[in-house]
Write a protein that binds this ligand. Sequence first.
Ligand code: SAM
Length: 340
Amino acid sequence: MMKDSFGRLLRNLRLSVTDRCNLRCEYCMPEDDYVWLPREDLLRVDEISALVDVFLMLGVDKIRLTGGEPLLRSDLSPLVTTLAAKPRLRDLALTTNGVLLAEHVDALHAAGLHRITVSLDTLRRDRFIALTRVDRLDAVLEGVAAAHRVYGRLKIDTVVIRGVNDDELADLIEFGRGVNGEVRFIEYMDVGGASRWSPDRVVSRREMLDALSQRYGSIETLIEPESTAPANRFALQDGTVFGIISSTTSPFCRTCDRSRLTADGMWYLCLYAMQGIDLARPLRRGAAPTELMTLIAGAWSARDDRGAEMRRALGDRRAFVPIENLLWRDPHLEMHTRGG
Ligand code: SAM
């Protein structure tokens, strides 16, 4: 098992399979125009598989497919089949906006995908359109229903933004109950694409809990000492469980075992890292697995990132990457490239 300089294990790989998205969420892709990764740079299924094999050898046992919108990738099911066949992989999950889920969920299940998380920020059509700039809430709800039918359960991720959807927390929990969906509320983060982020738009974990306890009464904090999951989990009095991912006000860098591989093979050790490690170039020039292992192991053992904690420590905190200087020049700095 690989440990970094703080003793954090290399276990959790978020695999972005495309930087394209069919939504334009205002907290992630608010701009009118984007610089995209060149198509010829995107890793093929066999190349992803080869890199994943190296990560698995080094201790990774959980993979989450993300993007961009992963369902835009036409060979997603074959990729899932390839990854699901790897014995060292214990958990293979997908994060999707749900728009195309209803038509793909049977194939993904048959291919061996273990779990699905759907991102859903509002249940109101007018808000959905304002937030995503696309009128597809019905398709997302169909996707959620399809995931419930096929998997029996799912997770629902909601980015909470003040004045946008912070009055829908209970509605989302109620909706989740109906589809056996555990809702996880995510604090609005000042990551790459969030060029309109400002501190006053963040609804903190404390505020979310206060709002929910006004509606539901006392809320129990579930103690999960071994967990490295980003969400703290809570239970309502009737046993309904929900999570809060408080990366902005209470970062979990101390236990972060996540790293991210972009669709063109750049590996990032932190969501806030400015530099990645190019794994595509050595792979494409025919590097042996042992060479890739040495590269990955060396980078992980030197890892000392605490990106979210360092962001929190800043006095005058604004959007992480200024759009005019950097985001337009380097798509790798975007959340939709790096994978959320
Ligand atoms: N398209 C897929 C989806 O919608 O789930 C996967 C990619 S998306 C970048 C992954 C997650 O990142 C989504 O749940 C999204 O809400 C979250 N996300 C994007 N920008 C964020 C931000 N500024 N703060 C918090 N979460 C964010």
